[in-house]
Each structure stands twice: as structure tokens, then as C-alpha cells.
Design a protein around this ligand. Structure first.
Ligand SMILES: [Zn+2]
Length: 242
């Protein structure tokens, strides 16, 4: 029995002879490995289906050992990403994060799929400052997963009058100086402001904002640490924070 799914290529591994294994992030099934047959042939019909970032419709069928792709229709290649090293690093970071998320429901997975496409579009076509799109991706991801980081008040005591604000990484929330715990780290004012602005700005409007110099990098470090603690994982983020 065959099934049609919409997916984004996260990575591919060479298999024997002319076959390639591809890890997809799909709307319908989340992360799934599929096999492309004979795609190393330069004239292969489905050769674009093995390229990282390719987004398309895959028809899959149960094979002996894995799911076999029998048809592929490209929707968006995002090929500009591969041609610009900064875009490449940011977009790869999005896919690296997606691969490590532990989804709690199918609904959450579907929302993250839509978010991933929006982030890739913003990085590919958005004319947005480097790292804004990536930070926005994490900010929205946390909201979808039920632990949005931005808050106008201390999430513990509710005070809105605070001089200093801290990230409590144990729960992924912002707290005031009286409520901070041993695992809390101070969030500098410019970083908080960057978080606030990104939280309130849609992907389509990212090109209209300007964050304080360097604040997007300090924010990205906070977002990445929060991601790593929430999902008990490590991100390499090649070319971005290293
Ligand atoms: Zn408090």
C-alpha cells in the first residue's frame, strides 16, 4: 500500500550501489528514513529528492527493510541555501534542532513542520540579518512545545518591577532576582530586549527590525542552552556558535 507524505530532506546517506537513504521530516509521520532507488544516476527522475533542504511530496511504499520512495514531486528546492555559506549554516542549525526534538503529540509535530518551513523560507528568501531567523525559530518552537521563554513578568511571583531578570533553565522560564534558583543565569537587558522584539515580530517582518549589536548572538546562546536542557541533547551548530 502506498502513502503520500509531505517532507523536508534533513540528510542523506549513501547506500549500496545506486541507492540513497534519506531522513525526512514529514508533516504526517515526523522523522522517517526512506530509500531512494537508483538516484545516483545523473539522469534519475527523483535525484532532487536526496538534496538536503528539498521540500516535496513523497509517495512511499513498504519495502523489505525500509520505506521505498516510488514518486517524488519537488515543491521547493531552497537551492539558494546551498549557495550561501551563512544561509547554509543557519538552515542546517534548524534541521539539526528538528532532528533532536522529542515531540509530545502529532499536533505539535505538525506545527513544528510548518514552523520549519517558515524558518527555511525566511533564511532562504527573507533578506533578514544573519541569526535573526534562527533565533525566531527557537522562540516560536518553545511556544509550540508549551514552554515559551518570553514573559513580561516573573513567571514565579508575577512581579513586573524587576531590575534584573534571570533564566531558570530547570524549567525554561524567566524569573526575578528573588525567585532565581541555583540553575538560573542572568539575562542581560539587551538580550531580554532582543527576545521581546523577536517574540513580537512575525517572520515576514524580521527584515524591519534591528537588534542591539551582538544581542542576537547572546540571545542565540540562551535559546540554544534552553533547547539543550529541555530536550536533554547537545547541538553542534556548525559555523554559528563555534
Ligand atoms: Zn519573582
Amino acid at each position: 500500500m502506498s502513502e503520500k507524505i509531505k517532507g523536508i530532506v534533513i540528510k542523506s546517506n549513501d547506500r549500496k550501489e545506486k541507492d540513497v537513504s534519506v531522513l525526512l521530516f514529514s508533516l504526517e509521520k515526523g522523522l522517517i528514513w526512506v530509500t531512494l532507488r537508483g538516484v545516483k544516476n545523473p539522469n534519475a527522475k527523483m535525484k532532487l529528492a536526496q538534496n538536503q533542504f528539498s521540500f516535496g511530496e513523497f509517495v512511499i511504499e513498504n519495502g523489505k527493510a525500509s520505506q521505498i520512495v516510488t514518486q517524488f514531486e519537488l515543491i521547493e528546492s531552497f537551492q539558494e541555501i546551498a549557495q550561501d555559506v551563512d544561509k547554509y549554516f543557519e538552515a542546517s542549525a534548524v534541521l539539526e534542532a528538528v532532528e533532536k526534538i522529542r515531540f509530545s503529540s502529532e499536533q505539535e509535530q505538525a506545527k513544528v513542520f510548518v514552523l520549519t518551513l517558515r524558518a527555511l523560507k525566511s533564511i532562504c528568501f527573507g533578506k533578514v540579518k544573519q541569526t535573526y531567523s534562527l533565533c525566531k525559530f527557537f522562540v516560536e518552537l518553545f511556544k509550540i512545545c508549551g514552554f515559551g521563554l518570553f514573559s513580561e513578568k516573573c513567571t514565579c511571583c508575577g512581579t513586573k518591577t524587576f531590575d534584573r531578570l534571570f533564566v531558570n533553565y530547570a524549567v525554561g522560564e524567566l524569573v526575578c532576582a528573588s525567585c532565581k534558583s541555583l540553575t538560573s543565569e542572568e539575562l542581560p537587558k539587551t538580550t531580554y530586549l532582543a527576545l521581546k522584539i523577536l517574540d513580537g515580530t512575525d517572520f515576514d517582518r524580521l527584515s524591519t527590525i534591528k537588534l542591539a549589536n551582538g544581542s542576537e548572538i547572546s540571545l542565540l546562546k540562551v535559546l540554544v542552552k534552553n533547547f539543550e536542557v529541555r530536550f536533554d541533547t547537545k547541538l553542534k551548530l556548525m559555523g554559528i556558535l563555534s
